[in-house]
Design a protein around this ligand. Structure first.
Ligand SMILES: NC(=O)c1ccc[n+]([C@@H]2O[C@H](COP(=O)([O-])OP(=O)(O)OC[C@H]3O[C@@H](n4cnc5c(N)ncnc54)[C@H](O)[C@@H]3O)[C@@H](O)[C@H]2O)c1
Ligand SMILES: [Zn+2]
Length: 351
């Protein structure tokens, strides 16, 4: 087992290790002040892992209750969060009790949000079970749900009390979610660690090591900028155009990871064309993405994507913080006016 501490107020540990799920009881009881825990999971994850986790909690003297919701981003709604709150109340959770989020990013985001507002805030523990959740979303305290107007439009910053990462749970994860998550893992290498990128490029990954490195990268961005006003924006590498691609297809086309993969290639090529990114970087990114089953080219038209991206940013003023890398492992924020975006990216859409 390897351990990292995220130094925010109050600090919390992230433990990474194969087989850790069976130690969940001991680990959770070390941070619990009360006796009751509501384990929140989705309909795919619960049948696989909920029984084991609850048993481990009960063995450590914790009264474990469960709340299971229907899996899927379409259920990442205020209604589901509301049902979680009702479940917490029905089991009599008090200020000293805790919520345990067992599942992917959808579960963690909503369970964290429920913990942020239940009795004006109780502790929660993340037990992530997807690549996205283990490498990214379980750490950092961004919680929330979607509204009909867009994704993640309601939420709160609420850091977990503990994060338990067991890479063995990825054994049951369907392949498409695995490659989806790898896009963010590759992104972490690109923005912050040439060493991680090299490891990924070489292949045959030791996931425990890869996830540990990812969490360490996420940790450093969160510590530098907990509320996402500066340094943390670098985590959006590939996301400006990636989000636009997802929206262009009305969220029924490429998955988030696939869209981010294409967005990273556009950002790297645009950077190369502007002389801001080392030559050859985009090609190197493309070959790694292909290796992990991710797309590198979008068929969506540049003009439309730029329109969508610019519209997206209108609410934040006219400036787009477009994330670039100067070289693998080194990200920086490139400020652009919305009306400069098309010229900046237009040459980045071909092979
Ligand atoms: N809070 C953050 O900082 C942050 C960062 C990135 C993404 N996110 C959010 O994360 C979500 C995407 O995360 P995700 O891909 O984990 O989605 P998800 O939670 O929907 O999980 C993907 C699918 O895998 C299933 N699943 C989960 N673990 C499994 C396992 N071990 N074995 C078999 N099946 C399993 C789920 O039921 C679901 O069908 C989005 O809503 C996104 O907004 C949040
Ligand atoms: Zn993302």
């Amino acid at each position: 087992m390897r351990k990292l501490t995220v130094n925010v107020k109050p600090p919390y540990d992230v433990v990474v290790g194969r087989g850790l799920l069976s130690n969940a009881g001991t680990l959770v009881s070390q941070v619990m002040r009360g006796k009751r825990a509501l384990v929140i999971s989705d309909s795919n994850t619960a049948p696989l892992y909920c029984g084991g986790v609850c048993e481990a909690l009960r063995d450590s003297g914790i009264d474990a209750y469960t709340y299971i919701f229907e899996a899927g981003e379409e259920n990442k709604t205020v209604k589901t969060v509301w049902d979680m709150l009702e479940a917490a109340a029905s089991h009599g959770l008090t200020r000293s009790d805790a919520i345990v989020a067992l599942g992917g990013g959808v579960t963690g985001d909503m369970a964290g949000f429920a913990a942020a507002v239940y009795l004006r805030g109780i502790d929660y523990i993340q037990i992530p079970t997807t690549v996205i959740a283990q490498s990214d979303s379980s750490v950092g305290g961004k919680t929330g749900c979607d509204l009909t107007y867009g994704k993640n439009l309601a939420g709160a910053f609420k850091q977990p009390r503990l994060v338990i990462i067991d890479p063995d749970t990825l054994g049951t994860l369907p392949q498409r979610y695995r490659s989806d998550g790898m896009a963010e893992v590759i992104k972490h290498g690109l923005i912050a660690s040439a060493e991680l990128f090299d490891i990924i490029e070489r292949g045959s990954l030791d996931m425990e090591d890869v996830l540990y490195r990812n969490v360490d990268i996420k940790r450093s961005f969160v510590e530098a900028d907990e509320f996402d006003t500066s340094e943390r924006m670098k985590l959006n590498f590939g996301h400006t155009m990636g989000h636009a691609i997802e929206k262009y297809y009305n969220f029924t086309g490429p998955s988030h990871g696939e869209a981010v993969a294409m967005g990273m290639v556009i950002a790297a090529r645009a950077g190369e064309n502007a002389g801001l990114t080392k030559k050859g970087t985009a090609d190197r990114i493309c070959s790694v993405l292909k290796k992990y089953g991710l797309p590198t080219l979008t068929e969506a038209p540049a003009e439309k994507l730029v329109q969508i991206a610019a519209l997206d940013k209108k609410r934040m003023g006219d400036i787009i913080n477009f994330i670039l890398i100067s070289d693998i492992g080194r990200a920086f924020i490139h400020k652009l006016r919305a009306d400069e975006l098309f010229d900046f990216v237009k040459g980045a859409f071909n092979g």
